[in-house]
Design a protein around this ligand. Structure first.
Ligand code: SF4
Ligand code: F3S
Ligand code: FES
Length: 235
């Protein structure tokens, strides 16, 4: 594909040097098949080395390059120039403090993730071989194993925008992954966490989280399943 001219507008902010955010404008050549991450690499490596953003795998697996691209939370490595047109606007994820440019402080996001105890809990004596599980039991939580902790869901949630202490959809997805695992015995502990003031009951079923998820996880459905499990247990 022949290169085309594109205009890229990126929201910039360095809290150590700037009093307020500002926009940088770049006009450059890109192929329609380039990913936004390729465009950002071009800018950083050949135009403006001061631009700051996170990325690692470049293949939609590590979850580190979620950002607001033309108004939608996406992974920069999974969206192509041809799907955006020749004007691209890039901003940091909403609702998290900006550390620099497109790098946001993920600490509170990971604190919520850790709060739901995202690991297998089972103090029963281990069997001689592995803890067995049928294919049907494994399928029960298959979707929620796909989370890459990119934060696209939580930072697209209007409840989270107004209350940064809301535990958020990503944490609930990761609670779902273990609550519906037949080998796990930690559901009561996780429900205690999700039943707290800023827990699952804050969700208003806005569905933004489901639309934002780059792994196509049915996030709102997972939240509803956890909600029903909590009601079943009298939470
Ligand atoms: Fe990202 Fe989807 Fe996981 Fe949310 S549920 S953190 S959007 S992969
Ligand atoms: Fe927010 Fe998703 Fe609930 S966008 S309100 S967590 S359905
Ligand atoms: Fe890893 Fe995009 S760089 S998901």
């Amino acid at each position: 594909m022949e290169p085309i001219e594109i205009n890229v507008k990126i929201k910039r902010f360095n809290p150590e040097a700037d009093s307020r955010p500002y926009w940088s404008d770049y006009t450059l050549q890109a192929r329609p098949s380039d990913r936004v991450l390729d465009v950002m690499h071009h800018i950083k490596w050949e135009v403006d080395g001061s631009l700051a953003f996170r990325r690692s795998c470049a293949h939609g697996i590590c979850g580190s390059d979620a950002m607001l691209i033309n108004g939608v939370n996406r992974l920069a490595c999974k969206v192509l120039v041809k799907d955006l047109g020749n004007r691209i606007v890039i901003e940091p994820l909403r609702g998290l403090e900006v550390k620099k440019d497109l790098i946001v402080d993920m600490d509170s996001f990971f604190d919520s993730f850790k709060a739901v105890l995202p690991f297998l809990i089972n103090d029963d004596a281990p069997p001689p071989a592995e803890r067995l599980q049928s294919p049907e039991e494994r399928a029960r939580f298959d979707e929620t194993t796909k989370c890459i902790l990119c934060a696209a869901c939580t930072t697209s949630c209007p409840v989270f925008w107004t209350n940064g202490s809301y535990i958020g959809p990503a944490a609930i997805v990761n609670a779902h992954r273990f609550i519906f695992d037949s080998r796990d015995k930690g559901t009561a502990q996780r429900i205690d966490v999700l039943n707290a003031g800023n827990g699952l009951w804050r969700c208003r079923t806005a569905y933004n989280c489901t639309e934002a998820c780059p792994r196509d996880i049915p996030v709102t459905q997972a939240i509803e399943e956890v909600r029903r499990a909590m009601l079943f247990r009298g939470a």
